[in-house]
Design a protein around this ligand. Structure first.
Ligand code: MG
Length: 221
């Protein structure tokens, strides 16, 4: 097997997650706009609303920054339905999730990123996200990353291989020398398979030793 020369990380569900619950954030911001909604009901509605938007969108998560706002507005509207979401609340929520305080770093992530950096391997983030991501990761003290590649920037979302291919190019390594760490079988596993990149599946916590073993597996195998 080819030596692993760089590591890419998915963001949501791999490096970070929403602090508390999405419904709690939605309900709290809605209350500030005079809209009353139960966090539990919003949490129950969110997954279906999100999956429906992903299925309906030409480029899920938005083909560019403007489209990213429209994508999330659709998710929010469907989550609150039949309540009608005012435009000001839509803008508020989009900005709200740009703030580090709305997110938390998953267990083991800081140690794993540091361990990969100690091996001298460059790292990047490859995420179905938009321009909010790079400052968000900075604010959470994550990195250093050589680059942060988002679907909105590339105009294609994982499982399309384009974001991973763009990251490999930016890192100056062939896709086969890349290890991508991500939590989604469909998005991360699919994109990695399509790009010819090695994929390490993780689930809501990172064990630095497992990441290093995957790096070394590529090195020695
Ligand atoms: Mg993810």
């Amino acid at each position: 097997m080819t030596t692993i020369r760089a590591v890419t990380w998915d963001a949501a569900g791999t490096l970070i997650r929403v602090a508390g619950s999405v419904g709690l954030h939605y309900a709290t911001r809605a209350a500030a706009h005079g809209l009353r909604a139960e966090p539990g009901a919003l949490d129950a509605a969110f997954p279906g609303a999100f999956q429906a938007a992903v299925a309906a969108w030409a480029v899920p998560y938005g083909r560019d920054e403007v489209d990213a706002r429209a994508f999330w507005a659709r998710v929010v509207a469907a989550t609150f339905a039949p309540l009608v979401v005012p435009a000001a609340l839509q803008r508020d929520l989009f900005d709200h999730f740009a703030r580090p305080a709305s997110w938390e770093v998953l267990p083991g992530v800081h140690a794993a990123v540091a361990a990969v950096a100690a091996r001298g391997l460059p790292q990047a983030v490859v995420s179905n996200f938009d321009g909010r991501l790079a400052p968000l990761l900075d604010g959470l003290g994550l990195g250093p990353f050589a680059t942060v590649v988002t679907s909105a920037q590339v105009g294609a979302a994982k499982p399309d291989p384009a974001p991973l291919v763009a990251a490999a190019r930016a890192l100056g390594v062939p896709p086969m020398a890349l290890l991508h760490v991500g939590d989604s079988r469909r998005e991360d596993g699919g994109a990695a398979a399509a790009a010819g990149v090695r994929w390490l599946e993780v689930d809501a916590a990172i064990d630095p030793a497992v990441v290093l073993a995957a790096v070394d597996g590529g090195r020695n195998g």
